[in-house]
Design a protein around this ligand. Structure first.
Ligand SMILES: Nc1ncnc2c1ncn2[C@@H]1O[C@H](COP(=O)(O)OP(=O)(O)OP(=O)(O)O)[C@@H](O)[C@H]1O
Ligand SMILES: [Mg+2]
Length: 305
């Protein structure tokens, strides 16, 4: 059975059609990445999948259960981490978890055991009795995730769970997602972090202007544009963009102290860069070539759609 089946979802807000005939299937056990530019309808779609928002038309089934006909039954199957944290500021971290466990009907002993597990794992032990209101964004997000998975849901839906988090918090969130998945949960993940989607997801679905424009494995999406590769180069002194106006260079982006050059012909670009640097007495301090990236596929797909 599929974990999520959404068919022909449409949602309008006044004259804006936020979600325009979206159908998607998330297979049981997979990590499904949901990507798309800002304002393209990802959150609106996810809110319909989780039963927060009723679609104007279309249907959603969670493990075969129609969420609009049997909302409670469907919602018991899932853990949800929405775009904005929904933890209760006046309650302590521990009370938030306990409340969430109670709402999912967990017996007290089971709940207490799970709560202890979380605090030892999430590194918030010394704060468990403090009101969440005083927590930082990353700490709140940890509590929010713990609340959503306390009942070990077979399906976990997350809307940009790592946005704005530091490296440690981000890793903790990613590790939690991986662990849940290894223990059998299906994951629906909305993210702007393409590298995250690339390394975590079996399937990536790209939404643009309310419509699905691509859906496949990261590797197959990259192969759609497998002619484009990139060369990353840095020099011992600043150079201007004019340096990259040469045959074979499709696009050059300045990335911090490096330049990223997109090309169909890395050999031609490497020879050009070496020759030009030599003529102008510039030292190349680093040079790497990479295969096609999911980011490039994403940009091309959303540009041409
Ligand atoms: N409650 C609402 N009322 C009116 N318009 C809305 C509402 N929710 C979303 N929209 C509109 O629907 C469109 C899609 O918004 P949505 O939040 O789903 O995008 P998103 O893909 O999640 O964007 P982001 O990457 O910025 O989170 C936008 O044009 C937004 O302004
Ligand atoms: Mg959103």
């Amino acid at each position: 059975m599929n974990a999520i089946e959404a068919s022909h979802l449409i949602k309008r807000f006044g004259s804006v059609t936020a979600v325009n005939d979206v159908s998607l299937t998330v297979c049981e056990g997979e990590i499904f990445g949901f990507l798309g530019p800002n304002g393209t309808g990802k959150t609106t779609t996810m809110r319909q999948l989780t039963g927060v928002l009723t679609p104007d038309s279309g249907a959603v089934r969670i493990n075969g259960i129609d969420i609009h006909r049997h909302p409670l039954e469907a919602k018991m199957q899932m853990g949800v981490i929405p775009e904005n944290s929904t933890v209760y500021g006046d309650l302590s971290a521990e009370q938030n978890l306990s409340l969430s466990g109670q709402m999912y009907g967990m017996p007290r002993a089971d709940r207490d055991k799970r709560i202890d597990e979380f605090f030892s794992r999430m590194g918030l032990s010394e704060k468990r009795k403090l009101p969440v209101r005083g927590f930082s964004k990353g700490m709140k997000q940890r509590v929010s995730i713990a609340c959503a998975i306390i009942h070990r849901p077979p399906l976990l839906l997350l809307d940009e769970p790592t946005s704005g988090l530091d490296v440690q918090s981000r890793r903790l969130v990613i590790d939690t997602i991986r662990d849940m998945n290894e223990q059998g949960s299906t994951i629906f993940l909305t993210t702007h972090n393409i590298e995250e989607a690339n390394t975590l997801c079996q399937t990536v679905c790209i939404l643009n202007k309310g419509k699905i424009v691509a859906q496949d494995s990261p590797e197959r999406l990259k192969k759609m544009f497998n002619t484009t590769q990139s060369v990353e180069v840095s020099f011992d002194r600043p150079v201007t963009r004019d340096l990259f106006a040469a045959e074979g260079i499709l696009r050059a982006e300045s990335c911090g102290d490096k330049w990223k050059i997109f090309t169909d012909n890395p050999d031609q670009v490497l020879k050009y860069l070496v020759g030009r640097a030599e003529r102008e007495s510039i030292t190349i301090t680093s040079l790497t070539t990479s295969g096609p990236s999911l980011e490039e596929a994403f940009v091309r797909i959303t540009e041409c759609a």
